[in-house]
Design a protein around this ligand. Structure first.
Ligand SMILES: [Zn+2]
Length: 179
């Protein structure tokens, strides 16, 4: 009997301290019109995990321009020095073009001379997923959006201090929201 009382108290305590449940469609995003700058904050499930965005290939094709689709969903790379956000100098937040997750702040942007927007740190490490990329005879670290899985670019160890990292990101993978 005592064990049942204990379990009942434990369960009541758990439900009292647990965050409110996230609705089933919390991760679903409405389709944005093209080139509308948007920041959609992260949401977390009851276990504290980032709620992911999952869409069908047809939905991605409908939302993204052909270049954005090529880069984000097919791990493509835009031509150097062609990205519209390469020379963006305003203070603000660079968000994922696929799902609006805030990825980089302008304070971490620097001029790398490579022709792609470059950052020395993400807003939060957990917003960036890393994978080993052995394409083109090189071993590189691919970075993608942790929420929607969209390909962003690569991260290298030749960046400026204090991190020494260089996140080399396709402008086509990003939106910009001024402060
Ligand atoms: Zn994303």
């Amino acid at each position: 009997m005592r064990i049942f009382v204990f379990l009942a108290l434990w369960a009541a305590c758990q439900s009292a301290t647990a965050p409110p449940p996230v609705s089933a469609n919390a991760g679903a995003q409405t389709v944005r019109p093209e080139h509308t700058d948007t920041l959609i904050p992260p949401q977390y499930d009851e276990l504290g995990r980032l709620v992911r965005v999952q869409k069908t290939d047809a939905e991605w094709r409908a939302q993204l321009s052909p270049l954005e689709y090529y880069v984000l969903r097919q791990e493509g790379t835009e031509r150097a020095f062609t990205g519209d956000l390469l020379r963006e100098k305003r203070k603000g937040t660079f968000t994922c073009r696929g799902c609006g997750l805030p990825l980089f702040h302008s304070e971490a942007k620097f001029e790398s001379g490579t022709g792609w927007p470059s950052f020395w740190k993400p807003i939060r490490a957990e917003f960036i997923a890393e994978h080993e990329d052995r394409s083109y005879g090189m071993v590189r670290t691919e970075v993608e959006c942790a929420r929607c899985g969209g390909h962003l670019g690569h991260v290298f160890n030749d960046g400026p201090r204090p991190t020494g990292l260089r996140y080399c990101i396709n402008a086509a993978s990003l939106d910009f929201v001024p402060d």
